[in-house]
Ligand binder design. Structure first.
Ligand SMILES: [Zn+2]
Length: 432
């Protein structure tokens, strides 16, 4: 009973303070502190592990990681009785709108020149994460990675009604990133435009959650976004959050990133290259913000995707945010299982190899398929036939193999990909 009263008070305080909230993660965190007696301890244990791992990654000076491709399923929960798709004020959004969101994720998480996700910030990072609509279900049936579900309910409280939302549809979160598109807000609750489950909701080595917590974690692991803030085209899109960055932000949480404030004044997000700030940008402009924390005055990084800025202001993930997500993807068993599942490249009876992308800038991602395991060799060969470098991968399985081409000048090169039985020559153009 006491617990119930506390939760109700927290709800009232939150919803009367903000008519509209960008993201429900901080609010859920405050609820969890009330509901779960072990929440704060579990969180700090998780952070301790992430810090240890992050420090080790930084010490190793690894700058390039394999590109991880994350399969996504988008669940649309709509109240369109005639099931028509797309158009104004239709929660049952079009495939085009969904694809525009997937494209935004890929631009924001790859920081490629000529895309909206590009920046020239000295601490800016290519997160080397890509997202694609799952082309098959866990049982192998072909799929577009989109599910649609009708309900008479007109809107959801997307923080407190997660179990209702996931009851419509849920794909195995060990294999897919589940994204739910709903109408947020009910007659008694305001709009929270996005929400995400944190990886520390998932299993973390050494931290066995209670059976009650385990049950709660099984109910929800994914991202929820209001349909008016999803994607960057085609339907009814918000005027300020109109470029798909709400989902970029929520997927950042799903990967373990925090708000730059750490959700308290001058708190931490455990990243050294995001300045310590007083508050997030809750305004609707990209105006410069200044913070003074512990005597240091800094300019807020309002362009960071994990801030609350309008979409047009945002284009930045930092190097430390990248390293943190890599630590989380390795430490969270649930995320690690998903990554292992998603990066498996199917075997092939004969050697197959291709370079992605081609032309190459600083990294050649080479997809190689063969039977079983092999000691794989990839030679980088100049246009006139000299061997410039050789890369050996022992006991390798079919996979993507990354070669750093930063130190090579523009021009045509060759790659000789060899197993013990076969060899293939690929052409590769380096163009920077
Ligand atoms: Zn957030």
């Amino acid at each position: 009973m006491k617990k119930g009263i506390l939760i109700s008070l927290a709800v009232i305080i939150s919803y009367t303070t903000f008519a509209q909230s960008k993201c429900g993660v901080a609010f859920q965190d405050s609820l969890n502190q009330i509901i779960s007696p072990t929440w704060l301890q579990r969180k700090s244990n998780f952070e301790y592990q992430v810090q240890q791992y992050t420090n080790a990654l930084k010490a190793s000076r690894i700058q390039e990681y394999p590109v991880i491709r994350i399969p996504v399923v988008v669940h649309i929960i709509h109240n369109t009785a005639n099931k028509s798709v797309g158009g104004t004020n239709n929660i049952n959004i079009s495939e085009e709108q969904i694809l525009s969101q997937i494209q935004t994720l890929n631009e924001d998480y790859r920081r490629k020149e000529g895309t909206a996700g590009y920046n020239t910030n000295a601490v800016g990072a290519d997160m080397q994460l890509e997202f694609f609509l799952a082309d098959s279900t866990a049982t192998g049936e072909s799929s577009k990675g989109i599910t649609r579900h009708y309900t008479t309910k007109s809107g959801f409280d997307i923080v407190n009604e997660l179990s209702e939302i996931t009851a419509f549809s849920k794909w195995n979160p060990y294999k897919y990133l589940n994204i739910y598109v709903v109408k947020s807000g009910t007659t008694s609750t305001a709009i929270t435009i996005g929400y995400s489950g944190f990886p520390f909701d998932a299993y973390v080595p050494g931290l066995i959650p209670s059976s009650q917590e385990l049950k709660e974690q099984e109910i929800f692991d994914g991202v929820v976004v209001d349909y008016r803030y999803f994607g960057r085209c085609c339907g009814t899109i918000s005027s300020s959050f109109n470029l798909g960055r709400t989902t970029t932000h929520e997927v950042g949480h799903w990967l373990g990133l925090l708000h730059p404030t750490g959700d308290v004044r001058c708190g931490t997000d455990y990243c050294d290259d995001t300045p310590t700030i007083e508050s997030l940008n809750k305004g609707l402009t990209c105006n410069k913000m200044i913070s003074t924390c512990n005597g240091n005055t800094v300019t807020n990084q309002i362009e960071n995707y994990m801030d609350y800025s309008p979409d047009v202001c945002m284009n930045l993930f930092t190097n430390d945010q990248k390293i943190r997500t890599r630590a989380v993807l390795d430490l969270s068993i649930r995320r690690k299982t998903l990554v292992n599942n998603s990066t498996i490249v199917p075997e092939s009876n004969t050697l197959q190899a291709s370079v992605e992308p081609n032309p190459v800038k600083n990294n050649a991602n080479i997809k190689v398929q063969f039977k079983g395991t092999e000691n794989l060799t990839i030679q980088l060969i100049s246009g006139n036939g000299s061997i410039l470098n050789e890369y050996n991968f022992n006991d390798a399985s079919s996979n993507y193999f990354l070669i750093n081409t930063t130190n090579y000048q523009n021009g045509m090169y060759f790659l000789r990909v060899s197993t013990s039985k076969e060899s293939k020559i690929l052409r590769m153009l380096i163009l920077k």
